[in-house]
Design a binder for this molecule. Structure first.
Ligand SMILES: *[C@@H]1O[C@H](CO)[C@@H](O)[C@H](O)[C@H]1NC(C)=O
Ligand SMILES: CC(=O)N[C@H]1CO[C@H](CO)[C@@H](O)[C@@H]1O
Length: 560
């Protein structure tokens, strides 16, 4: 039993905590290694002599823009767009944020070139974070002017609601902004316990931050040439879960028009209030402050809070199984901000067009990052049972969906099967189930699967992800942003295609501009999943409605 628990814990731990910067640092949680990246803002890179030349120098060409809340001052980004870092909201510790009413640089800075400091998180150098972190970076093509009515693409970074920032690798929005003739806004929000675990029981502070970012944008984008009625929200991994939370928040509905989800781990529903309270009391014990003792909360050092946050991140699944392993602190179905679960059990009527994307090997980093040796059948079964429990494990193992590969030279390696299963369970099948529910409730959904990617820095240590034809979790990010280093022809071509499609989608809710192949909307009889990077039909496999979500329930069905 001990061995099983250990495996359970192993499985998804590494998965998507690594949405941002390099290098990864190993930390040992109670259940095994957790890799969290260290912050390496481009600001630091710019200090390296050999990179300096491509960084903005300031002085020669500093764009300004007059907004209703003051003059924006920016720089020309190395990749060509005008770049403005700005604080969009203020918040006291564990209080709801409020939208900024004057244009100010992030964190009291006076340096227009500097990028925002990240929100406090584990393994970050004290000088690279600030609690005053509700900032965003705007990338604006120089050709836009008041009246252009350009769309805005709001990117919400991933990182398990625990790490990450607007400065993550590949997130320079300049090329995307220019290619789509849109404003790209890369936003930050509070992470971990600071964003989700107010000791007095307030929840969803980070979701409130994202809503305030949208309110801020709605107010200022016209000054930059943006249209208030063409705001698209997009995110990857936990960032896509945030997009899902915004789709479930009636108060956010008027703030955006379309949504794009990349690799949302939809197997996890929003937390129930009971789960939240259970985790909250654990956290309050950890910080040793009374629930409403504000003086005690404010006296806590940031490292005390991030340590307690890490403790909760690592242990939540052991005492609150519904929390799961990879993003235990996440949006809560609190009945006020988030009013529906947006899963098969509860779906209000939907109207916004959505793109729902995953990548071919979303589970690659989790499986191959944890198991670097071929895996025999016994271990395979132990992992399946450890991850899914007895009932679901039995159904999986007795189905025909997940055959083991043939033995080669006397050796079996079950990892490819496990990787397919993990991708199906956490990302692909629940995303497709979501799409079916979405369209049955009135919305329009397009499903995509990225079959060409660019290895994200956090996957560099996982050799599986470097293989030809493998697209690991996060490997779509640089394709979308057009920030792949030395792209291959296939990567360039997909980036060009995606930029065309996303531009059309942002403008009219349909990713089918002329000159690209048809991407049909999902219907209840055919999801029409589009191969992004190839032209294969994407097999439905175990995402058949009778299997995942029915014969084998998702976590959100096991723990409603
Ligand atoms: C402003 O920030 C940039 C980027 O981080 C840095 O290179 C530069 O030295 C800073 N300038 C000042 C005056 O601090
Ligand atoms: C320039 C500036 O005001 N930096 C501040 C950023 O935030 C940290 C902590 O919140 C302050 O200590 C810095 O002075």
């Amino acid at each position: 039993m001990v061995a099983l628990n250990y495996l359970t814990a192993f499985l998804w731990l590494v998965t998507f905590a690594a949405a941002s910067p390099i290098p990864d640092v190993d930390r040992r949680g109670p259940f095994g290694p957790i890799r969290f990246p260290q912050i390496d803002p481009r600001g630091l890179l710019c200090k390296l002599p050999f990179i300096r030349i491509i960084c903005p120098r300031g002085g020669s060409s500093n764009p300004t823009c007059s907004t209703p809340i003051g003059t924006a001052r920016g720089v020309v980004d190395p990749d060509g767009a005008n770049r403005y870092s700005v604080k969009y909201a203020n918040a006291n510790r564990w209080q709801p944020s409020t939208v900024a009413t004057t244009w100010s640089l992030p964190n009291g800075s006076t340096n227009i070139t500097a990028l925002p400091l990240a929100c406090p998180q584990v393994n970050a150098d004290a000088s690279s974070v600030s609690e005053d972190c509700l900032s965003m970076i705007l990338y604006v093509p120089a050709t836009l002017h008041v009246g252009s009515n350009a769309p805005t693409f709001v990117w919400i970074h991933g990182g398990s609601f625990f790490v990450g920032s607007a400065n993550g690798p590949g997130l320079d929005g300049s090329k995307l902004a220019i290619a789509t003739n849109s404003i790209v806004a890369v936003i930050q929000y509070r992470l971990g316990a600071l964003g989700f675990m107010a000791p007095d029981g307030k929840t969803n502070l980070a979701v409130g931050d994202a809503i305030n970012a949208l309110k801020f944008l709605k107010n200022v984008v016209p000054s930059f040439g943006g249209s208030t009625s063409k705001i698209t929200i997009a995110g990857q991994s936990a960032g896509a879960t945030m997009v899902r939370a915004l789709l479930a928040a009636p108060s956010a509905s008027s703030l955006f028009k379309n949504a794009i989800l990349h690799s949302d781990p939809m197997d996890f529903g929003f937390l129930s209030t009971t789960a939240q309270q259970n985790m909250q009391s654990h956290f309050n014990t950890e910080i040793n402050c009374g629930a409403t003792d504000t003086a005690c909360h404010n006296a806590l050092s940031l490292s005390t809070i991030t340590d307690a946050s890490l403790e909760l991140f690592s242990s939540a699944a052991s005492f609150e199984p519904s929390a799961g392993m990879s993003q235990p602190m996440r949006p809560v179905r609190d009945g006020s901000l988030i009013t529906s679960s947006l899963d098969s059990a509860s779906f209000p009527s939907m109207s916004k067009p959505v793109l729902i994307n995953t990548v071919v090997n979303d589970a690659g980093p989790a499986i191959y990052g944890n198991f670097d040796e071929p895996m025999g059948e016994q271990m395979f079964q132990a992992v399946v049972f450890g991850t899914l429990g007895e009932d679901r494990g039995d159904t999986i193992l007795s189905s025909t969906h997940y055959p083991l590969p043939p033995t080669v030279n006397g050796q079996l390696d079950a990892r490819p099967t496990l990787e397919t299963m993990g991708t199906d369970q956490m990302w692909k099948c629940p995303s497709w189930t979501f799409a079916r529910n979405y369209i049955q409730n009135g919305g329009t959904a397009y499903i995509g699967v990225y079959s060409v990617g660019a290895t994200y820095p956090s996957n560099d240590g996982v050799s599986f992800c470097a293989q030809n034809g493998v697209v690991c979790h996060e490997d779509d990010i640089q394709i979308v942003f057009g920030t792949t280093n030395s792209p291959t022809a296939a990567q360039s071509s997909l980036t060009t295609e995606v930029h065309k499609r996303y531009k059309a989608f942002m403008n009219n809710g349909n990713p089918n501009p002329s000159g690209v192949s048809a991407w049909s909307a999902a219907t209840s009889s055919n999801l029409n999943a589009k191969d992004l990077g190839g032209s294969s039909a994407i097999p439905i496999g175990a995402c058949d409605p009778s299997f995942w979500g029915a014969a084998v329930p998702y976590d959100y069905q096991v723990y409603p």
